[in-house]
Design a protein. Structure first.
Length: 311
């Protein structure tokens, strides 16, 4: 593992041509970058980290009272798979309900936890749309073009991650990781991480640690952006290495479209010499097939490679 820093971009003036050029280069060369001057209120960040810490240090039986299920993805879970391999972590997921089976589950008596989660979700959503507009501009489309599939029923969600201290320094010997190597299925991921390192990104056949910065959020593009860009940008493989010395917390926000949304390479990324490299993909179908390998070993995780054209 090497430590070669991912780009750090000041997005105070996100529509500035210089900033857009830096964003474009980061998406092409890394698929990962960190942003500073992102506008996320520090009090919302501090409150979210504090409440996540309080929740995950509750007894396991208390946390499992709000366990997610195959029918309801929101709540606590400690048996998640990545690439059909068990992760060494605990998670709590929050997202919009459907008024029926899918609904948020809140730990009893933790009213501040509920407030912190809802507030942080709101701020993350706002920042994610700003970044999506900038990427849309860089792909030669109008700022609002890519967000058309993200209506009131978008499926974005917030995740709280807890990585306990690994039992032994050799926890990775049998392939177990905090999170195994993967790409994110959706459009964008905004990650808040604490001071404990562990996140690594794969570039040029090497793993690079993404060192935490107290003033930054880590951003990575997902499979949807790779498809939109027709492989101009790529969703980079990443993983989390467990620590034998210190626990770790991180909080990603996953920006995902409505289930009914279909996506394919955008018109500006297609030409006579550069035909579309992907067939049209339905997000609901793709997400459900990917989730089948996340929640339990119901099948192989689907990848966008399976939607490539012969061109």
């Amino acid at each position: 593992m090497k430590t070669k820093s991912v780009p750090v971009i000041d997005i105070n003036e996100l529509q500035d041509p210089t900033t857009l050029a830096k964003l474009d280069l980061a998406c092409r060369e890394w698929g990962f970058f960190q942003v500073i001057n992102h506008g996320m209120p520090q009090d919302a960040i501090d409150r979210m980290m504090r409440e996540a810490n309080a929740f995950f240090h509750q007894p396991i039986d208390f946390k499992r009272q709000n366990s997610r299920t195959h029918d309801n993805p929101w709540g606590f879970f400690d048996r998640e798979l990545t690439g059909n391999q068990r992760d060494l972590k605990q998670v709590y997921d929050f997202g919009p309900g459907d008024g029926r089976e899918i609904r948020p589950q809140w730990p009893q008596g933790m009213t501040e936890f509920r407030t912190a989660v809802r507030e942080y979700y709101k701020h993350s959503e706002r920042l994610a749309y700003r970044l999506l507009a900038a990427i849309s501009t860089n792909l030669g489309m109008s700022p609002g073009f890519l967000s058309q599939g993200f209506g009131p029923n978008h499926t974005s969600f917030l995740r709280l991650n807890y990585y306990p201290v690994a039992l032994t320094p050799s926890s990775t010997r049998d392939g177990h990781m905090g999170v195994g190597q993967h790409t994110d299925a959706g459009a964008l991921t905004l990650l808040l991480q604490d001071e404990q390192s562990g996140l690594e990104v794969f570039r040029n056949n090497e793993w690079h640690m993404i060192e935490p910065r107290s003033d930054a959020l880590v951003i990575n593009i997902g499979d949807i952006v790779q498809v939109w860009s027709n492989d101009r940008y790529f969703a980079a493989l990443h993983r989390v290495v467990p620590s034998a010395e210190k626990e770790r917390f991180s909080i990603p926000f996953f920006l995902n479209p409505e289930y009914r949304t279909n996506y394919a390479p955008v018109p500006t990324m297609i030409s006579g010499t550069q035909p579309a490299r992907y067939k049209e993909i339905n997000w609901g179908e793709f997400r459900n097939r990917r989730a089948a390998g996340d929640y339990a070993d119901y099948g192989e995780e689907v990848q966008i490679e399976q939607y490539r054209t012969q061109a």
